[in-house]
Design a protein around this ligand. Structure first.
Ligand SMILES: *Cc1c(COP(=O)(O)O)cnc(C)c1O
Length: 430
């Protein structure tokens, strides 16, 4: 089918990017398990290598199974192109790579996935990049933190570990004022609950490991480009506008227009950094995405039920689910996230660190794992695991204090999930 934007989400999550295999008619997308592709002749090979013709050369760069996934996610997000990567963290580096030179910085939200805080506060320094962390409820503070070397703004839409949703439109306004792209990690929301480009964001990254695949089988990521950032306006990102020595002086923006960022991601990013998604991973994720909207509806419905039950329980201090009417972000959810606030949240257990550790040791249906966005319900005590590397101040800011556990609510029967938490809380607080 043509990927007409007039088709609805449920149709596009199954069909976008895929067509019956031209060689066999296979209806499901085949896994093109191949490293290389035969050139028609020497001229064809030369044109491909010069980026004069688009086609398949080598699977570090492009692969037909991965291409279907890229097109499907780009379509659901309302973007012009996407680049598949080996993980969500790889996608974050791939998103920053075309924007940054040594000495450059980004402004990032304090409310991020723990691994992202570590990547941005520690590891990117080795590339000569840095991040300044700011409370994204304070748009003026973002502007104040920026300087002439600021090259991007980064936040999550629905935030990990939960309880907070970002007002993307207000952040996009700041990004436009600073002439830098707003990059949104849309992992926890998925394009079903939020399409950041509709709110003015310029780039989206995903850990496809989570809800998009949906069943905890493969690690992957993707960078999606809206095609609506004008790289020439302020000229702050030389890699996309200046002559590229590795392609005989080709200028990405001049040559590829709104596809400049995506082509750079493949032709430079994947070629030289090699953080490539495997065709097997793309296939697993394509299968998962066919049911994305159905799963997200149930995830949200279950999260509402479990959070409301926990909020009333005397063994619980507080629940930080942005979907609850008691949340300070309830109005923001209604306005910007009308289909729901996702299925991730934290709650504080009376009895602190010790009770939290007992709780995770006593659950039966919930799995104690460092993951989220699975069909099955997951639990983790962030302070002793995912957020262990952070300082106490960073833990607190990230919503991962020692007395707090995080839930990723699955699509099982909500009543069973509540019963499980009830018995585990009894064991933890007795
Ligand atoms: C998991 C996750 C990441 C990192 O993705 P990986 O696939 O594990 O590398 C980044 N951001 C968010 C919000 C995540 O949940």
């Amino acid at each position: 089918m043509s990927d007409s934007p007039s088709y609805g989400f449920d149709t596009l999550q199954i069909h976008a990017g895929s067509r019956p295999d031209p060689a066999t008619g296979a209806r499901q997308t085949p896994i093109y398990q191949t490293t290389a592709y035969v050139f028609r002749d020497a001229d064809h090979a030369a044109a491909l290598f010069n980026l004069q013709e688009v086609g398949y050369i080598y699977s570090r760069l492009t692969n037909p199974t991965v291409a279907v996934l890229q097109e499907r996610i780009a379509t659901l997000e309302g973007g012009v192109g996407a680049v598949g990567c080996s993980s969500g963290h790889a996608a974050q580096i791939m998103a920053l790579f075309p924007l940054m030179r040594p000495g450059d910085n980004i402004i990032a939200s304090t409310r991020l996935y723990g691994g992202t805080v570590t990547q941005f506060s520690q590891t990117i320094k080795r590339f000569g990049w840095s991040a300044t962390f700011v409370d994204f409820d304070d748009a003026a503070a973002i502007e104040a933190a920026a300087d002439e070397n600021t090259k991007a703004i980064f936040c999550e839409s629905i935030c990990n570990p939960g309880g907070y949703v970002t007002d993307l439109a207000s952040i996009a306004t700041v990004a436009n004022k600073l002439d830098v792209p707003l990059i949104v990690d849309n992992t926890s929301a998925t394009p079903y609950l939020c399409r950041p480009f509709d709110h003015g964001a310029h780039l989206v990254v995903h850990s496809t490991t989570k809800y998009l695949t949906g069943n905890g089988t493969v690690t992957g990521g993707v960078v999606v480009d809206s095609g609506n950032f004008d790289w020439t306006k302020a000229g702050k990102h030389p890699s996309l506008i200046e002559p590229e020595p590795a392609y005989h002086g080709l200028k990405f923006h001049e040559t590829f227009g709104p596809m400049a960022f995506t082509f750079h991601g493949i032709a430079i990013g994947l070629r030289d950094l090699g953080m490539t998604m495997s065709p097997n991973t793309a296939f697993q994720t394509l299968l998962g995405m066919e049911t994305l909207s159905l799963r997200m509806e149930r995830h949200v419905e279950n999260a509402m039920k479990v959070a409301a039950w926990l909020e009333k329980d005397p063994r619980v201090d507080y629940v930080t689910y942005a979907g609850l009417p008691s949340s300070p972000y309830a109005d923001r959810v209604k306005k910007h996230y009308p289909k729901g606030a996702g299925a991730l949240f934290t709650f504080a257990v009376k009895g602190g660190y010790e009770a939290c550790v007992k709780l995770v040791d006593n659950v039966e249906i919930f799995s104690h794992v460092a993951n989220l966005g699975d069909t099955r319900s997951l639990i983790i005590h962030s302070a002793s695991t995912t957020h262990r590397q952070l300082t106490p101040e960073q833990q607190e800011a990230a919503g991962a204090a020692p007395n707090v556990v995080r839930l990723s609510i699955g699509i099982e029967d909500a009543d069973d999930l509540i019963k499980d938490l009830d018995q585990a809380l009894a064991a933890a607080t007795s």
